[in-house]
Write a protein that binds this ligand. Structure first.
Ligand code: FAD
Ligand code: SF4
Length: 473
């Protein structure tokens, strides 16, 4: 008689996610090694068993690239990790990365049905397990590629650029990535710190791309050393994908922003992640951080900056945010890790002036207490200053992590490229093609600061759009 598979009842499911091993908080603030260490095979099998294999899996709809989540989890339960990997990369080329940095709690895991009563299945941790397993066991094989004599250019080597390059290289096109910085990887390399996303993972993916024949040219600021019209009209590139991100920092415009000791989070993180400033004076790039560090903002970038500051020896690392913890846009895990590590949170607090000493160095901030008023256009309750509540906060370093905006140099040097009022590039949402035929765009330069997986999703759509434009689909 055929065995009938009986579905688990809610009582048979472990109520909590299988915990992921982590470095203890006290230890990890003294190093840059990864905080979450990843599931062992045994832990992954245990967690995979919590999935009830829904007939109508809502988690798939919660994933921006629609990974067949129940199918890859089933493959894990069957210990068929190669199959699990193949299912994931059919939609998401970089599972080691997305498994680590996706805000799963607002995406796939938010939709998981058992999450209505218990903790949802730890989809991100399982995805990371599969990605890491595939990397460690060299499951990935460079596909056989039939080369076509057609050149395409990609501007920017963040997750958007890398993903589009992979899809186009697999289709046989000759792909060149032009990257402004001296190292490829975009925010994955210069922004997200080593303790959340080790660089060897990003490098592994970049090496795979090179094996597929993708050429990566660094120190090439498009719009300065070359322009998009030059790439297309003089250098023979038949299509271009712009994935330059949104890396221009925002400031508040309050007095004192020009003082020594004030910097943007992007500058701070780049000095640490990409230019190893913590090894100063052995390198020429000091980080320029003091002992009492205030980071303004409460998103992922703010959490990263405040946690890096701790690791660099700050005596006090403070988050200053004008709303409350509830409105913080950071991933829940990052917020939790920052709290565990001893970052100090000053909610409902807004700086109104940065105050310097006689030599021009920051010595403190004048702040004001806030309360929450009516919801604003973002749907969040807007912070309102409480009159007469000003106070002095003693700090010697101020890091701005208030979000970023589009860098205008590509738009300024590409006649006919349409942008919206914030400077983000306008595209056809079906193909990602811009107002210029053959020029496509995706990722943060289209949406504004968003997420890794959204940049990758847009890049895959753009790759399809480019292939169609060139007559291959
Ligand atoms: P980017 O990653 O910004 O890459 C753009 C690349 O283009 C860069 O390498 C840049 O140097 C290059 N470039 C720019 N201009 C030019 C030019 N003119 N010529 C040539 N090259 C150029 N998202 C998450 O999902 N989870 C997280 O945990 C998370 N944490 C974050 C932490 C930090 C500190 C930051 C800053 C962002 C974080 N994000 C996170 C957001 C996420 O990293 C971005 O949404 C994503 O990287 C966007 O990808 P992209 O390819 O569009 O651009
Ligand atoms: Fe969830 Fe991100 Fe993986 Fe999609 S890519 S399943 S959103 S972790």
């Amino acid at each position: 008689m055929a065995e009938t598979k009986v579905r688990k009842t809610i009582k048979e499911i472990e109520p909590k996610k299988t915990p992921i091993p982590e470095q203890p908080p006290k230890e990890r603030t003294k190093n840059f090694k990864e905080v979450a260490l990843g599931y062992t095979e045994e832990q992954a099998l245990k967690e995979a068993e919590r999935c009830i294999q829904c007939k109508n899996p809502l988690c798939i709809k919660g994933c921006p690239v629609y990974i067949d989540i129940p199918a890859f989890i089933k493959a894990i339960t069957e210990r068929d990790y190669k199959r699990a990997y193949e299912i994931i990369v059919d939609a998401d080329l970089l599972p080691c990365i997305t498994g680590r940095v996706c805000p799963q709690e607002t995406q796939c895991e938010a939709e998981c049905i058992i999450g209505k009563k218990l903790e949802p299945v730890a989809i991100g941790r399982l995805e990371r397990f599969v990605g890491d397993y595939a990397m460690a066991n060299r499951i990935y094989e460079v596909p056989k590629i039939i080369k076509k004599d057609i050149k395409v250019a990609i501007v920017g080597s963040g997750p958007g650029g890398l993903t589009c390059a992979a899809d186009l290289a697999k289709a046989g096109l000759q792909v060149t990535i032009f990257e402004a910085l001296h190292m490829p990887g975009g925010v994955l390399k210069y922004g997200i710190p080593e303790f959340r996303l080790p660089n060897y993972i990003v490098d592994f993916e970049i090496e795979n791309l090179k094996k597929m024949g993708v050429e990566i040219l660094t120190d090439k600021v498009i719009g300065r050393v070359l322009t998009i019209p030059q790439l297309m009209n003089e250098m023979g590139y038949k299509a271009v994908f712009i994935a330059t991100g949104a890396g221009m920092p925002k400031f508040m415009g309050i007095p004192g922003e020009g003082l020594n000791g004030v910097m943007s989070a992007n500058e701070f993180l780049t000095r640490v992640n990409l230019m190893v400033g913590f090894e100063f004076p052995n390198v020429d790039t000091p980080v320029g951080m003091g002992k009492r560090v205030a980071t303004i903002g409460a998103g992922n970038t703010a959490m990263d900056s405040s946690r890096v500051a701790l690791r660099l020896g700050a005596e006090k690392s403070m988050i200053v945010y004008r709303r409350t913890e509830k409105e913080s846009p950071a991933r829940v895990e990052e917020l939790h890790h920052a709290m565990e590590e001893g970052v100090e949170f000053h909610w409902l607090t807004n700086p109104i002036e940065i105050i310097g000493d006689e030599e021009g160095w920051v010595k403190g901030m004048k702040c004001i207490r806030m309360e929450l008023g009516e919801p604003d256009e973002s749907g969040r309750r807007s912070p309102v200053p409480i009159p007469g509540s000003e106070f002095f906060m003693e700090v010697d370093t101020v890091i701005y992590a208030l979000g970023t905006k589009a860098n205008p140099i590509i738009a300024q040097t590409t006649p006919g490229l349409k942008t919206n009022k914030w400077g983000y590039i306008e595209v056809d949402p079906e193909t990602q093609m811009t107002s210029i035929p053959g020029v496509f765009a995706g990722g943060d330069i289209v949406t504004g600061s968003a997420t890794v997986i959204l940049a990758m999703g847009a890049a895959r759509k753009a790759a399809k759009g480019i292939l169609k434009y060139l007559g291959f689909a």
